[in-house]
Every structure is written in C-alpha cells, then in structure tokens.
Design a protein around this ligand. Structure first.
Ligand SMILES: Nc1ncnc2c1ncn2[C@@H]1O[C@H](COP(=O)(O)OP(=O)(O)OP(=O)(O)O)[C@@H](O)[C@H]1O
Length: 332
C-alpha cells in the first residue's frame, strides 16, 4: 500500500549562538496506513526534531533545511503548501505527559468539545459557526471514541476535571483526542513512559488495535525497546541524526545488521546476561563526526567509515547504512 508519510534524505539544523547545529543528516523513513513504526535511538539522536519536522512545529526563525523532503498525505510539510490543512487533521500528536496538555481549570468535556469545534472531521473548511446538529454529532463521536479506548462511563468522565483522572485514564483520553479528527498519521512521543508497566501494556494494546482497525499510521518514538516490541511492525533506528537501520520487528530483535542496533539491544537488561553499555556519547550536532557519525564509537569502524558516508541499502524491507554490517543472529 502507498505510504502516507515519506521522509526522504532530510537534512536540517538550527542556528545557535555557538554555531550551526546539524541535527538531522539524511534521514529516511516511510509509514504506511495501519502500520506502526517505532523510532528508536539514544537521547539526542534527533527523534523529537524529526517529529517536529513532520508536524511542522520546528521554530521557523532558527531552523534551516539543507535538503530532503517530508511528504504527508500528499502535502509537502516543509514548503508549507497545504501543510496548514494537514496539521492537526491529517496528523495528530500524543504527547509524553498528558497532564501538561490539559488545562486544570476546565472539565475534560469542555476541553474535548473545544477541540472538536476546530478539528472535527464534520467541520466544513471556513465555517466558524458551531451548529447544534454538528455539536451533537461530535459529542456522539466523542462518547463512542472514549468507549473504544475502554474508558467506562464516558458521559460521566466528561464531567470530570483532569486531576480526577488517573495517569492511565488521561493517556487513554489523549489517544481518543488524537484519533477523533480521523487523522491519517498519529505521532506518539513516548506515550506511556510515565505509566506503570501493566497500564503501559494495556494502553499500547489499545493504540495498536485502534490504529490497525482504522487504517491509521502511527509513528511511535521511544527509548523503550520493550514497548517497541509490544506494538511496532517496523523499527527505524536513528543515530546522531542519521538513519542507521530500518527493519521489520522480528529481524530488528533477532538479526540486526547495524553495529549500533546490536549495541542498543545488548544494553538492555535481560535475564542471564549483563547489559553492556555503549561506550562514549552521542556527538554534539555542532561538531558531528564526518561520514558515518557512529564511527568513533563503533567496534567495526575502519578508514572508509571516517571518509565515506554509507548509503542505506539492503533487501526485503531490511535496510542499513553501514560499510561493515554484522552477520547472523544477535548473541548467536
Ligand atoms: N532548538 C534547538 N537548537 C539547537 N539545538 C537543538 C535544538 N533542538 C534540538 N537540538 C539538538 O538536537 C539534537 C537532537 O535533539 P532531539 O531532542 O531531537 O533528540 P531526541 O532523540 O529526541 O532526544 P530525547 O530522546 O532525549 O528526546 C540534540 O543534540 C539537541 O541538543
């Protein structure tokens, strides 16, 4: 099926007081309808910046795009033509901390209906008037969606204030809010890290089921490879602003090819094995290493890794950018 999101060779950065931060350096990824793609990598690898580029929320005054494209539902999100229409309707966002997204002074219902006024799929472009008929239809859709995310007694829940909901309930409301505009793509930024493990698994399960049922694509950024295992179809690994590897879920966990992916997986705590940390740190985008940005930390690096950027290649949907890819099963 044709992809709904395509990021091609995207390179961008920020003007800072201390120089040019070259944050994304040739990022590639695609997401198809109904597919859940995980975006993983250590802190500082550029996941949030990439999400901002797709959502069109990077600070315009300091952002520069060197090359590449972001195409979402046919709109060029970098050029701005059609991007406004797409933002908030064709693409929505589930934040890490749902509490910060609610105004504590208003009931959940007031805030949800306020969102529906502008983002409802029943809204006609240019119409400011919120008719009673549309309000009723939107409220019915809200109740049905709260039921779909398995929140009991949704009408009563709408009467509550944000502090009267548990963390898990608030995150379920956020999933409902993200799906109500009937988007094509949802970007979920570590949506369950603030929750305990059992609640996390239930909420990821709800997100996955609804996305698949409704054909909504999900780009899921996370540090938590366990969560990626729970819900993703494919996983994209980023390192220092470069796409290191793209693999179907099973292959990602059993036979990754990029040395960085292997080190990431070996750094996970696992029964019967000591986790091995990755030596060194993610480089500053103010002075990134040339060619393959991972080479200073890579156990397999040779001269070519320092002088020539590896291209993303491979077969059958398993791609990696490495001059010396690993062979065989992980820990075999
Ligand atoms: N507005 C900005 N100005 C300058 N540098 C920035 C700006 N935003 C991000 N960066 C830098 O870009 C790099 C990538 O940051 P980003 O937040 O995208 O990474 P991340 O992978 O999402 O990290 P985390 O997992 O911690 O959220 C970091 O080195 C960060 O300091």
């Amino acid at each position: 099926m044709a992809e709904i999101l395509a990021v091609r060779d995207l390179a961008l950065g920020f003007h800072t007081e201390t120089g040019q931060a070259r944050v994304l350096d040739g990022v590639n990824l695609t997401v198809r309808p109904g597919e859940i793609v995980g975006l993983v990598g250590e802190s500082g690898c550029g996941k949030t910046t990439l999400a901002g580029a797709i959502l069109g929320t990077l600070p315009k005054s300091i952002t520069w795009v060197s090359h590449g494209s972001v195409s979402l539902a046919g709109a060029d999100m970098l050029a701005g033509n059609g991007a406004e229409e797409v933002r908030g309707r064709a693409v929505t966002f589930i934040p890490q901390d749902p509490f910060a997204s609610f105004n504590p002074l208003f009931r959940i219902g007031t805030q949800v209906m306020d969102l529906m006024r502008w983002k409802s799929p029943r809204r006609r472009p240019g119409r400011r008037f919120y008719s009673l008929a549309r309000r009723r239809a939107d409220r019915d859709a809200v109740i049905a969606m709260l039921e779909a995310v398995q929140l009991p007694q949704p009408a009563r829940l709408l009467q509550k204030y944000p502090h009267e909901l548990s963390g898990g309930q608030r995150q379920r409301v956020m999933i409902a809010l993200a799906l109500l505009p009937e988007p094509r793509l949802v970007i979920a930024d570590e949506p369950t890290t603030a929750l305990d493990v059992t609640v996390q698994a239930q909420i990821l399960g709800v997100l996955r089921r609804l996305a698949v049922e409704r054909g909504v694509a999900v780009l899921f950024t996370t540090h938590d490879l366990g969560a990626a295992w729970e819900i993703c179809d494919r996983i994209v690994v980023m390192y220092a602003g470069q796409t290191a590897e793209i693999a179907p879920r099973e292959e990602f966990f059993t036979a990754p090819r990029h040395p960085y992916t292997r080190l990431l997986l070996r750094s996970l705590p696992e029964e019967g094995r000591h986790p091995v940390g990755i030596p060194g740190n993610v480089p500053s985008p103010l002075a990134p290493p040339p060619a393959c940005r991972f080479h200073p930390r890579c156990p397999r690096a040779t001269g070519i890794c320092r002088s020539q950027r590896p291209v993303l290649g491979g077969a059958s949907g398993h791609l990696y950018a490495c001059h010396h890819p690993e062979e065989g099963l992980l820990d075999a």
